[in-house]
Design a protein around this ligand. Structure first.
Ligand SMILES: [Zn+2]
Length: 144
């Protein structure tokens, strides 16, 4: 994306990070486990007119942010229909997703959840491998 991105004031960044408890809003990965800094993501992308205001920002890991890009929709693999991606500000994670029995994969419970799992690749191979290790040491899945 070549469009110039608005700078997000530090105080707003810190506020969004605090609200998210230091975890990616989508895949729930906490920075304290990975050691990687999370970024601030525009739920409605700037390329689609999304503003840099609290209700349009969430904390996101680099991979979720990259896969989401300028998307606002995904495809539900069950129905083949397009639907809006899950919104971490307006929708509850546990209403649309749960963890697989072994705790390593995100399962979409609704059309919106399934489309988001696919679009953001919430079960990317590297992450599933890491979650497996976290399960072994009792760090995963996160409690709701
Ligand atoms: Zn993520």
């Amino acid at each position: 994306m070549s469009a110039r991105k608005a700078r997000i004031p530090r105080r707003l960044r810190e506020q969004v990070a605090k609200q998210a408890g230091g975890c990616c809003g989508y895949c729930r990965t906490p920075a304290r486990i990975t050691g990687f800094r999370l970024s601030i993501e525009h739920i409605v992308p700037e390329a689609r007119g999304g503003k840099s205001v609290e209700e349009n920002l969430c904390l996101s890991c680099h991979a979720c942010n990259e896969f989401k890009g300028a998307r606002v929709q995904g495809v539900d693999p069950v129905t083949g229909k397009r639907c809006r991606l899950w919104n971490p500000r307006r929708q509850k994670w546990t209403s649309h997703f749960c963890w697989s029995d072994d705790g390593t994969e995100v399962v979409g419970l609704t059309a919106c959840g399934r489309a988001t799992v696919g679009a953001l690749q919430l079960n990317r191979v590297e992450l599933v491998g890491a979650r497996w290790l976290w399960v072994q040491v009792g760090w995963w899945p996160p409690e709701e």
